[in-house]
Structure formats: structure tokens, C-alpha cells
Design a protein around this ligand. Structure first.
Ligand SMILES: Cc1ncc(COP(=O)(O)O)c(C=O)c1O
Length: 266
């Protein structure tokens, strides 16, 4: 029998009058085995709504306990299915913990964090042997998805600016990438209205190569996205081959198309 006084996650109701939140909480919990992340998001949202309308008093520790012990995705080191097992040195985790309440994107409030960010961009530039004598630029993001979205937008705007400067139509952008692409790119294409041109994978070849690019790349291509360390097999796309093909394409047509390397998993 369901008790309105105490929910499955340890949250307590202060009133028995409105039980919708608690019932919903209980309902979502039953989905945990199917999709922990969805359930976590749903439970969190439900708790926030319930707290906001003053119907719940939360005892923090039981909730924290259930999040860290009951969900099967609580241990990222056991995530062997997508090459994205994540781990950090204890010192890095401690540093993150000490700074978790800083809104680092507010550069006026946290100028030292911004200075550190600029320094890291320079380190990356040197690490990847960027050209000498130029001022490297870049930004910190909360994850690779944000980085991909921002990069995709930059490609779209650069392409549109070039098209407009030439008096050409800048309304039909497309992006070329392959079937192994990380899901963030498909979200980018959908949400930012760029036509997807996805080169299909073939049995025995799970990488983007230059082989079929002539069928996919044209004057409206904002970028060809190649992956270094793809999610399915961990392989790199044929980055050198694609680069050479794009150089040759430019020689033949006069159209300069950038290549974007998504190295998020490296
Ligand atoms: C190649 C690649 N791109 C983008 C992403 C998205 O990264 P995040 O999950 O940090 O947003 C990933 C994540 O695994 C990835 O492997």
C-alpha cells in the first residue's frame, strides 16, 4: 500500500493533501532499471517542483545515497559500451570540488579563472603544434557537446559571411560527416537548421574516408566533420586523406571547405 507520508526516495511530504508529486516520484522510480538517466532527470525535476510549491521537506542524505548507490550508471568506470569511461586524478577531483560553486563563465567576477582558461588554450595550441607567431584563441566549455555546437555555429556563420561577400545565396548550408558521428552533431544539424549529409558506413569500413566525398561536398558545405577516436570502434577517420581531398577540391573548384576534427574522445 502506498504511503503518502514517505516516498521511495526518502523525501517526506509535509501535507497529505497533494500527492501528485510523490506519486509521480514513485512512478518514475519504477523506470530506473530501463533508463536511469531519464529517471534521474525526472526525479530531480519532480523534487524541485515539489520543493518549490512547498509540499516537501527533503532529507538530503537518503536522496544522495539512493543516487550514488541505486542507479546502475552510478559508476562511470563500468561504462564499457561507448568508449567514454571517465575518471580523474583525486587531485583534479578535489580541485573541481573546491571550485564547484564558482560561475566561471562570469569573467568579471572570476578574472583569475579566465586567465587560467586563456593559458590552457595556449598550452593546447603548443601541444597540437599550432602555427608559430599567431595568437591562439579558444574557450572552455562544459563538455564536448557544447564545444561541437559552438564550432558548428562558427562554421555556419563563416560560410554565410563568405557567401554573402560573394553575393551568393547563404540560406542552404549543409554539413558532411559520417554514420559513426557522435550524436551531438546530429543534434547540431537538426537544432541549427543545417542539412545533414551523412556518408553511410559500409560493412568492414566504419570510418569516414575521402572515397565518396565528391558526391556529398558542394559550395554549400560549411565543413566536413571527421572524428579522431569515434564512439563505436575507437578508430580515427582518414583525416589526412580527407584533408588532401579538400585541398585538391579547392584547386579544382576554387571552393575552400574547412575540415573540423572532433577529437573529444582522444
Ligand atoms: C567524438 C565525440 N564528440 C562529442 C562528444 C560529446 O561529448 P560530451 O558527452 O562531453 O558532451 C563525445 C562524447 O563521448 C565524443 O566521443
Amino acid at each position: 500500500m502506498y504511503s503518502p507520508e514517505k516516498t521511495d526516495s526518502g523525501a517526506r511530504l509535509t501535507s497529505g493533501e497533494n500527492r501528485a508529486a510523490a506519486i509521480h516520484l514513485r512512478h518514475t522510480r519504477s523506470h530506473v532499471g530501463v533508463n536511469g538517466r531519464t529517471a534521474l532527470a525526472a526525479v530531480t525535476a519532480t523534487l524541485l517542483v515539489a520543493i518549490a510549491i512547498g509540499q516537501m521537506r527533503i532529507t538530503v542524505s537518503p536522496n544522495v545515497k539512493s543516487i550514488s548507490s541505486e542507479w546502475t550508471d552510478a559508476n562511470p568506470m563500468l561504462n564499457m559500451s561507448s568508449f567514454v569511461t571517465t575518471w580523474a586524478e583525486p587531485e583534479a577531483a578535489e580541485t573541481a570540488k573546491r571550485n564547484i560553486f564558482k560561475n566561471y563563465i562570469d569573467h568579471d567576477m572570476y578574472p583569475q579563472a579566465f586567465a587560467m582558461e586563456s593559458l590552457m588554450v595556449q598550452w593546447l595550441h603548443h601541444l597540437w603544434k599550432g602555427p608559430k607567431g599567431v595568437e591562439p584563441y579558444g574557450t572552455a566549455t562544459v563538455g564536448s557537446s557544447e564545444a561541437c555546437m559552438l564550432a558548428g555555429l562558427a562554421h555556419k556563420w563563416n560560410w554565410r559571411k563568405n557567401r554573402e561577400a560573394q553575393g551568393k545565396d547563404g540560406s542552404k548550408p549543409n554539413m558532411v560527416t559520417d554514420g559513426n558521428v557522435q550524436i551531438v552533431w546530429k543534434k547540431f544539424l537538426r537544432d541549427f537548421d543545417v542539412e545533414p549529409r551523412i556518408v553511410p558506413l559500409t560493412p568492414g569500413n566504419y570510418r569516414l574516408t575521402a572515397e565518396h566525398l565528391d558526391k556529398y561536398v558542394d559550395e554549400n558545405t560549411i565543413a566536413v566533420v571527421a572524428i579522431a577516436g569515434q564512439t563505436f570502434t575507437g578508430e580515427d577517420d582518414d583525416i589526412q586523406g580527407i584533408h588532401d581531398w579538400l585541398d585538391d577540391y579547392e584547386k579544382r573548384t576554387g571552393i575552400s571547405t574547412p575540415m573540423h576534427i572532433d577529437g573529444a574522445s582522444e
